[in-house]
Design a protein around this ligand. Structure first.
Ligand SMILES: Cc1cc2nc3c(=O)[nH]c(=O)nc-3n(C[C@H](O)[C@H](O)[C@H](O)COP(=O)(O)OP(=O)(O)OC[C@H]3O[C@@H](n4cnc5c(N)ncnc54)[C@H](O)[C@@H]3O)c2cc1C
Length: 260
């Protein structure tokens, strides 16, 4: 990959210097195109392959997931991160990660860059030993949580769909049943506004009769970050619905206008 970055220029300078001093003993191994930038209060970073780049390079069985969560607990003023993780389904190898948000994107991208260069798989990452204390991280780091969700997807526990796929279906006239399982207060503050139904997770089991009774009908569950959305999907599957998906990253990953 071409990656004309300042850190690589310096690393290559060191390699050139070492070779000059010690007779061509080292090589520069190349780059996985890690980089990040700041856009007002947001940071955006990327390392390795995007989903599209991986497909272009011939990976034909890719699994990807979008995950949203804070970088640290709320009582430590955690800020949101949204990560997309891309892996090769056959080998589990992590191919790429992109992260955006007002939270600590640099930590996430640095972790994923090392994981990719170390050729780690999703299985390797799900139990990584990273530093945790509330001022710095969640007990389950945002990136590890993303790997957990990807692992759930690879094992068939989670059937996900991206916000973009949902929007394409809505625009294309398909009518997936959209189920928001947040609280009425959260719904009041902000919602997708594209014909969704609100049934808070806590009330879902006693309000199942209000959902489409055609058990083949596609139902897409979500909440703020789709943790409750995932629980809702399990409740529905447990009650016989066969075509249930979770909108990955929830309403916080929705890249289109929302209703307030
Ligand atoms: C505004 C800006 C922001 C950037 N921010 C980042 C960042 O945040 N992170 C990051 O990783 N990268 C960043 N970069 C990129 C990074 O600065 C470059 O990739 C890096 O400096 C390249 O190093 P280099 O040594 O290859 O080339 P350069 O730093 O361009 O050095 C080349 C040198 O060769 C000299 N030169 C050219 N022609 C001749 C000649 N004929 N004879 C003698 N000398 C010559 C030039 O004067 C220059 O001093 C940024 C670049 C710009 C412009």
């Amino acid at each position: 990959m071409l990656a004309p970055m300042g850190d690589l220029a310096n690393l290559q300078g060191r390699v050139a210097g070492e070779n000059a001093a010690s007779a061509n003993c080292v090589t520069f191994p190349g780059t996985i195109q890690t980089g990040m930038c700041k856009v007002f209060d947001y940071a955006a970073g990327s390392t390795g392959l995007s989903e599209a780049a991986a497909r272009r390079l011939g990976y034909d069985d890719i699994v990807a997931v979008v995950s949203a969560s804070p970088d640290k607990p709320g009582f430590m003023e955690g800020k949101l991160l949204v990560t997309k993780l891309v892996a090769d389904r056959k080998t589990g190898a992590i191919l790429g990660a992109q992260c955006i948000g007002p939270g600590n994107v640099a930590r996430q991208i640095a972790q994923w860059a090392m994981a990719i260069q170390g050729r780690l798989t999703v299985e390797d990452v799900v139990n990584s030993d990273l530093p945790y204390a509330p001022p710095f991280s969640l007990a389950i780091d945002h990136g590890i949580a993303a790997a957990h969700i990807l692992q759930n997807k690879m094992k068939g526990r989670l059937k996900g769909t991206s916000c973009r796929e949902v929007m394409e279906k809505v625009k294309g006239g398909e009518k997936p049943f959209l189920l928001d399982v947040r609280s009425p207060e959260e719904f009041e503050q902000m919602r997708l506004g594209i014909g969704e139904m609100l049934v808070p997770l806590g009330a879902l089991r006693r309000r199942l009769h209000e959902l489409p009774q055609d058990k083949e009908r596609e139902i897409i569950c979500y909440c703020k970050i789709s943790l409750r959305g995932y629980e809702a999907a399990l409740v529905l599957e447990g009650n016989g619905w066969k075509n249930v998906r979770v909108m990955e990253g929830g309403i916080m990953s929705w890249p289109y206008p929302r209703e307030k």
